[in-house]
Design a protein around this ligand. Sequence first.
Ligand SMILES: *Cc1c(COP(=O)(O)O)cnc(C)c1O
Length: 380
Amino acid sequence: MQKRYMFTPGPTMVPAEVLLAEAAPMIHHRTPQFSRILREVTDGMKELFGTEQEVFIIAGSGTAAMEAAIANTCSPGEKAICVAGGKFGERWAEICDAYGCEVNVIEPEWGRSFSVEQAEAALSESPQARVLCITHSETSTGALTDVEGIATLTRETGTLLVVDSITGVGVHPVRMDQWGVDVLVSGSQKGCMIPPGLAFIAVSPRTWDVIEGCTSPRYYLDLRAMRKNLQGKTTTPFTASVSLVRALHKALEMMREEGHENVFARHARLAEATRAAMRALGLKLVPENPVNGVTAVWAPEGIDTGEMTKIMRDDYGVTIAGGQGHLKGKIFRIGHMGYVSEEDLLVAISAVERALRELGYEFEFGSGLAAAQRALFGEA
Ligand SMILES: *Cc1c(COP(=O)(O)O)cnc(C)c1O
């Protein structure tokens, strides 16, 4: 018998209650029943985004919301500053480039967090930039960005702050309005603990003026159509992903029951325990300022993490992620976001230890687990 566990930084494990909600018989998307669900889900997402603005729900993966962010704000020829300190930051630059923006790519070393000082320098170098695109939680390196600090700079300028918080929302507290973020995007298969297929986007009041004047082409991802349909008729411009929206309805109910502060605190504890375990194994973390949804770790010399993650997945039933881009084979990433309990985490750490031992790494077997146990449950 093999039981399957997913400790990947998206998609993440989905609670049975959520799967059952998703499996309910179909209802039509242009009905009062669906509009009621859509309204409640939108309001729930507004809480997680920390905004009074509408959160639009798009049928598409997280990247659809990233593309919507650019298609609606950055006109061809306008300047975009994109911070590419990892795979997902690079995606901002690729999207801006596809929309004909003049892209200024800033490339912090992968694992380094883009700082407020670096943001200040970039903004003073390109004062006419239409957007500054950053990644709140860079899933490919596990590095956290100080969104609040950077927002204090953009608030004073004409540059919109566009934030990918796809693995931030539901994991870290997000205060879009209070911080002064202009565009915030997220996705469903990470902290929201539902399957892939929904993307979320909210924009600040001042962003609407830019959206109206933007000359980039857009149709499916036109935020004006999304606003008109949601505000006028509590509906979506095109067929909503009815089953996923119902799944999210259940997931948001579970998160509210746990209490949002408790959800964030649980992620912080899981992250702290994972870091403690990896240090106890003699391993080094990739980011200097780590996020709470995923832990990225340098593999020991001579161990290929492609092989390591394959052994874990196929032989133990425990899926974690390897590295992306130039970190492929060199790092492994343990996802602990969404539907992950403290007990679950010990399964992940146990499997990491077994795979490392199988691949010949020398360490005291069980020392990672012991460190995690202590971090989670304290000294006896
Ligand atoms: C998962 C993820 C995305 C979006 O990826 P999709 O495959 O389009 O859902 C974007 N940014 C970050 C930081 C992510 O973790």
